[in-house]
Design a binder for this molecule. Structure first.
Ligand code: NAD
Length: 276
């Protein structure tokens, strides 16, 4: 068992709503590995969720911020630096929401105000967070920033709707800002493209149960769960991955590299039994 991989590191974790959240698991694992951090979420999620339980467990302050609001992000970043008496070493962006998905607007009937919200909350917030940290010079050299993505950025998956466009933008921001932040401050920025995971945001995706089953069967290693995702993110915050940047890193049991599996082929053949 590896220990103290993040000893002395300080950070901000966005997006822990409840104990199913990927950010929640990252916070638990980062705490186990010796990190200290500030937890943040939008005020309504702080009220509706259970983040204060996590705060108590990990001995972390909670500073509310809407990730689409630059003033909130500045306040969060400044207060975090005050709390730690200096710069931080890592940030997790684990934030997403699509009003089109919530309101069951299909991709060929999008509400464009909703689309703007989807892109703002799920992708542009990542730029806002990075630009704020960069302007305030909030991250130490060799710091690490990670955002969570999904393979629908590259491949069309039924039901993922406008979140696919948001994830494509999110991954692009990681590359574009990764260049600037790397060149100037040696800070690395990556996205982790995670398997479908049963969380509050995940359950908004149309047909999540079938998607989970399909990708579980299609992935040679099976789906990666939220805890495994947290383990991977911890390595990306650690000094073991100092030269990894501007990457979209698949954490999906091999799903993204599969085309046809033996299992899917057998199933496919069965569906044609008895027909010409
Ligand atoms: N669950 C999956 O299947 C899956 C797969 C791949 C990637 N992801 C990504 O993982 C990340 C975390 O999602 P999750 O599955 O843990 O679900 P979750 O519902 O637990 O987390 C989503 C978080 O986004 C927060 N949020 C929404 N609007 C916000 C705003 N304006 N400002 C600040 N925070 C805001 C919510 O309060 C919530 O804490 C998301 O980016 C999601 O797209 C999820």
């Amino acid at each position: 068992m590896i220990s103290n991989l993040l000893e002395g590191k300080k950070g901000i974790i966005f997006g822990a709503l409840n104990n199913l959240s990927i950010a929640w698991k990252v916070a638990e694992k980062a705490h186990e590995q010796g990190a200290e951090f500030v937890l943040t979420n939008v005020p309504v999620s702080i009220r509706m969720g259970t983040i204060n339980e996590l705060a108590e467990k990990t001995n972390s302050p909670v500073i509310p911020a809407d990730a689409t609001n630059v003033e909130d992000l500045e306040n969060l970043t400044r207060k975090t630096m005050e709390h730690f008496g200096g710069k931080i070493d890592f940030i997790l962006h684990s934030v997403a929401m699509s009003p089109n998905v919530r309101k069951k607007r299909e991709y060929d009937n999008l509400d464009y105000n909703f689309l703007n919200k989807t892109l703002d909350i799920s992708a542009i917030s990542f730029h806002k967070m990075l630009q704020t940290a960069h302007k305030l010079d909030a991250i130490n050299q060799w710091g690490s920033v990670v955002a969570l993505s999904y393979v629908a950025a590259q491949r069309t998956l039924y039901g993922y709707n406008d979140m696919a466009d948001a994830k494509a933008l999110l991954e692009s921001i990681a590359r574009s800002f990764g260049y600037i932040y790397g060149r100037e401050k040696k800070v690395r920025i990556n996205t982790v493209s995670q398997s479908p995971t049963p969380t509050t945001a995940g359950s908004g995706v149309k047909g999540l149960d079938k998607l989970l089953d399909f990708s579980e069967r299609m992935s040679p290693l099976g789906n990666a769960d939220a805890e495994e995702c947290a383990d991977y993110v911890v390595t990306l915050f650690s000094d073991l991955t100092k030269k990894v940047t501007m990457q979209n890193l698949y954490h999906d049991g091999g799903f993204s590299s599969m085309g046809m599996s033996l299992r899917a082929m057998s199933q496919y053949e069965k569906s044609f039994e008895g027909s010409d």
